[in-house]
Ligand binder design. Structure first.
Ligand code: FAD
Length: 366
């Protein structure tokens, strides 16, 4: 499609997936509006992007399909370039770091080595004690020095500022109603009764996407999956991300340490619980005993857009001509956002995408 200067795209949802999609569209000369029921780059009621840990890697990549990896493999480079650009153009530092990833047992050594070798990711057998951490099931650990992280609240602030500077309209505190089936989408109604129009629309509404489209013909399997996380400021911090059997700790450059997280199927309940606080702190102290004397500074949760196999839906709505979806990134939406935005924008503009779009296509409901 040849884009006219005035081609107007409306994005529903201002999390990382919506903001990244907006940035990609701005780069193609589109006029972009983001509609967000709360505030972009803040956390009000469970928005996932603010809450995330920011590890730029699936946990663990060799346990996921090729289709998941196709969206995550280029993420570290994309964020390296993007964070430099955001810093230069907005002055906001998203805290991109190559902090490395220490994998404590138990793990599948052969699968890890095979994946790292095939993907040119350096890997080294090490002793956990050399990194100052306790390994409960043996000393032999794996060290992946090239793995990176970014700090989600800072990334979101930088993205927001960049979008403002590049004339993206932000309709905040504006919630769209669930959509009714139609052939072409001319207007989408807000809960206040306003009708918003655009040439094309993209749903990037995270865990809320199913409800938004359930009265249309799209087959969507997305539900909220809560994740809780704790924040410490230890006297002596880790220097690398540490992962052990589904649990991780992420050191930040200003001395904070994140520990998490949970995968809870509790609907749209974004509260935090004492039971999880105890569970996470026990796991953290087992790896880093010095945390026993340290206060927990903050405890929060986010609602991930949960999907089977962690596979997002990216592409055209099956029967509404000018509606697209970019949603359902579950545990790795921060990691997937750059490739996912490129893919949906290529499809919207009728270009050949860099990766095969078929695995992410939205099917018709039976
Ligand atoms: C504890 C935790 C740790 C995580 N750690 C990592 C990690 O280390 N690495 C990684 O890659 N990923 C991680 N994730 C996952 C990642 O955060 C998500 O996959 C990603 O944030 C999803 O982004 P999103 O933009 O689709 O959703 P969201 O950030 O939830 O954004 C959706 C937006 O849509 C808005 N919206 C919804 N309905 C409407 C409506 N009707 N009208 C207007 N606006 C609407 C919402 O308010 C929301 O702001 C983690 C998540 C959690 C909770």
């Amino acid at each position: 499609m040849k884009i006219q200067m005035k081609h107007h795209v409306m994005i529903i949802g201002g999390g990382i997936v919506g903001c990244m999609t907006a940035m990609e569209l701005v780069g193609r000369g589109c006029r972009v509006t983001i509609v967000e029921r709360n505030q972009i780059a803040s956390q009000t009621s469970g928005e996932s992007s603010w809450a995330g840990g920011g590890i730029i890697l699936p946990l663990l990549p060799w346990m996921y399909s090729e289709q998941v990896n196709a969206l995550t493999n280029t993420a570290a480079n994309a964020y390296r370039v993007l964070s430099e650009r955001l810093q230069r153009e907005t002055g906001v530092d998203a805290n991109f770091e190559q902090s490395g990833f220490l994998l404590l047992p138990n793990f599948d050594l052969q699968a890890a080595q095979h994946w790292c070798t095939s993907n040119q990711v350096p890997i080294q057998a090490v002793k956990a004690s050399a990194f100052g951490v306790q390994s409960l099931s043996g000393e032999d650990a794996l060290w992946l020095p090239s793995i990176c992280q970014i700090r989600p609240p800072y990334l979101m602030q930088a993205m927001r500022k960049w979008l403002e500077q590049n004339n993206v309209s932000m309709l905040e505190n504006t919630q769209l109603m669930p959509l009714q089936q139609t052939d072409v989408l001319n207007e989408w109604q807000t809960t206040n009764g306003d009708k918003l129009s655009a040439d094309q629309f993209v749903v990037t509404s995270g865990a809320w996407s199913f409800d938004l489209l359930k009265d249309t013909s799209a087959k969507l399997n997305i539900k909220p999956m809560r994740g809780q996380i704790l924040l410490y400021k230890p006297q002596k911090n880790l220097e690398q991300i540490v992962y052990r059997e589904g649990f991780y700790m992420i050191p930040r450059r200003d001395g904070y340490l994140l520990a998490g997280s949970t995968l809870e199927d509790v609907g749209f309940d974004a509260s935090v619980t004492d039971a999880v606080r105890e569970e996470i702190s026990a796991k953290a102290e087992a790896i880093m005993p010095s945390l026993k004397d340290q206060p927990i500074i903050k405890h929060w949760s986010g609602l991930r857009p949960g999907t089977p196999e962690n596979l997002p839906t990216i592409g055209a709505h099956p029967s509404i001509e000018n509606l697209y979806l970019n949603t359902g990134h579950f545990r790795y939406g921060l990691t997937m956002a750059p490739a996912s935005a490129k893919l949906v924008v290529a499809l919207m503009l009728g270009e050949t995408p860099l990766i095969d779009a078929k695995p992410y296509a939205c099917e018709l409901n039976d």
